[in-house]
Design a protein around this ligand. Structure first.
Ligand code: G3P
Ligand code: CA
Length: 244
């Protein structure tokens, strides 16, 4: 068994349940994920909710930008039927509900803050994580380096990660400058640039590529030195990793 490889449930166990909902996050825990990844945005009235897209259109029966809708408006939406009628009536969770769900379990939290996000909103998000006693079990990540910086300002003790479509030129220096613990690029970057994975590891920065859904590629990614794999197929990954 590879004990040290993080098995990351992307938007929860999103291959079998609607992404970023309580059933998907629960399924990720039950399938043995060591990290649960989810996406946080803030409503028009300042409440952090867990949803991936800029709008609610794809994953609910509503429409509009998340930051232009109130919590009341978002709470009434169905975030399950688009995936399967079996999940009809499942809602968009508030961050506090997700923290309540994950708190009693062992899995770490890979909390992505989606832009736009102000310092006040980032402070509010990390304040809720702190109130739940989960800052020590959380890695905050974002594609936006400015948000990664805001997270360091809001909670200097929290581990932080930078998401990238690919590795940048000078990736190690960027990581050092941001003070991050994780650099999580699109999977193809790892396959194309294993030397960058080694250089980041030498600088104390772990790499967890996304979205590693093709099991045929997992051995090569592990050989390239990744710290974990972010996948929609959590159960398959934990089963595979546990059999090594
Ligand atoms: O955690 C990696 C992954 O979530 C980044 O892409 O678009 O699924 O948020 P996205
Ligand atoms: Ca994400």
């Amino acid at each position: 068994m590879i004990d040290s490889l993080h098995r990351v449930a992307h938007r929860g166990y999103s291959a079998i349940a609607p992404e970023n909902t309580l059933p998907a996050l629960t399924a990720g825990v039950l399938a043995g994920a060591t990290f649960i990844e989810f996406d946080v945005r803030t409503t028009a009235d300042g409440v952090p909710v867990v949803i991936h897209d800029r709008t609610v259109d794809r994953t609910t029966d509503g429409s509009g930008k998340v930051w232009e809708l109130t919590l009341d408006e978002i709470s009434g939406l169905d975030a399950g039927t688009w995936f399967s009628p079996a999940y009809a009536g499942i809602g968009v969770p508030q961050l506090t509900e997700v923290l309540d769900l994950l708190g009693p379990h062992d899995a770490e939290l890979l909390l992505e803050i989606k832009p736009p996000a102000t310092l006040e909103q980032v402070k509010n998000i990390l304040g809720q994580v702190a109130d739940a006693g989960l800052l020590g079990r959380t890695v905050v990540q974002s594609f936006d380096p400015a948000i990664v910086r805001l997270a360091g300002e809001a909670a200097p003790e929290v581990r932080r990660g930078l998401l990238r479509d690919g590795f940048d030129a000078g990736q190690v220096e960027i990581a050092r400058e941001l003070g991050i613990s994780y650099c999580n690029p699109r999977m193809s970057s790892v396959l194309d640039s294993p030397a960058t994975v080694a250089a980041l590891a030498g600088a104390g920065v772990s790499v967890m590529p996304w979205t590693a859904n093709d099991a045929a590629l997992w051995p090569g990614l592990v050989d390239a030195g990744v710290a974990g794999l972010i996948t929609d197929h959590t159960g398959e990954l934990t089963g595979w990793a546990n059999s090594l």
